[in-house]
Design a protein around this ligand. Structure first.
Ligand code: APR
Length: 266
């Protein structure tokens, strides 16, 4: 597969793998781009069909849910339908393999994601979610988790209902909402603490498939850099910035398997 890449990119992959093999604390931040090759559209992709006339302020803010809970709920039910049959791609599998390999080496590989899908878990990774979980619900009023809508399994026995109709909380009668961090909401405290600590103490910080536009997650790479880490970015359309040390401008599903092969063979 290396033969399909340009010589310059191959050299960069080898340089990155060498750097990683020599370091013990690795922090990885993934974004929507890592799930793109599984068929899940990224956020910067244009919304299609039914939803093309809606913006983030109509669909993913607490104000939008207050204003029009049916609309927001329908959008998430639609997204759940899109994600339901998607499976991890080679990038997810490669990261899981790396974490597995790290258990018997000196390395610590901490994986943080902005994604709300569960493809990292399906691949076998241990991952911290900064922006919540698509398959969980909670009450929009009293915050109590609403269990009935949890996806029960990954083996085709799913119990999720994709009904558009709003559900009310059995405790307070408030509307049930997805357990996702919307724009303007605070990140889950424990997840953020894990992410900040990992970024501040890592030797290498790898950002994969994120446009790094949405804070505070986008600030983790700066935190890592200020704390002395080297930065690697994997993105076919890299974000213009000056703090990255190694840019691998190719799809995560192509780069990561090669990368892991190199690291585990060094
Ligand atoms: N491999 C790697 N990167 C890819 C791939 C791929 N195969 N395909 C696309 N990308 C890159 C794009 O070039 C883009 O830079 O993934 C990035 C996706 O960017 P966004 O859609 O902005 O996703 P993300 O950075 O995760 O968004 C952050 O914004 O809408 C909110 O809460 C939501 O978690 C989300 C946050």
């Amino acid at each position: 597969m290396l033969a399909e890449l340009s010589p310059a990119l191959i050299a960069e992959v080898k340089r990155a793998a060498k750097l990683l093999a020599a370091q013990s604390r690795i922090c990885i931040l993934t974004g929507a781009g890592i799930s793109a090759e599984s068929g899940i559209p990224t956020f910067r992709d244009k919304q299609t069909g039914l939803w093309e006339n809606y913006g983030v302020e109509d669909l993913a803010t607490p104000e939008a849910f207050m204003r029009d809970p049916e609309l927001v709920w329908s959008w998430y039910q639609w997204r759940r339908q899109i994600v339901a049959d998607k499976v991890p791609n080679p990038a997810h599998h490669a990261l899981a393999q790396w974490q597995y390999h790290a258990q018997t080496s000196e390395q610590e590989v901490i994986l943080i994601t902005q994604n709300v899908d569960d493809l990292h878990e399906q691949a076998g990774s241990t991952v911290t979610h900064l922006h919540g979980h698509l398959w969980r619900n909670r009450c929009g009023q009293c915050e109590i988790p609403y269990q009935d809508q949890l996806r029960a399994s990954y083996d085709g026995q799913d119990t999720v209902s994709f009904e558009d109709e709003l559900i009310t909380c059995p405790h307070c009668n408030g509307y049930i909402r997805p357990d996702i961090v919307w724009f303007g909401e605070t990140l889950p405290a424990q997840a953020w603490e894990t992410a900040e600590k990992a970024a501040a103490k890592c030797d290498v910080f790898i950002s994969i498939g994120t446009s790094r536009l949405v804070y505070p997650a986008a600030g983790l790479s700066q935190l890592a850099k200020q704390s002395g880490a080297q930065l690697i970015e994997i993105n076919p359309d890299p974000t213009p910035n000056t703090i990255v040390d190694i840019t691998l401008a190719e799809k995560a599903g192509i780069i990561l398997p090669l990368f892991i092969e190199e690291i585990t063979s060094l």
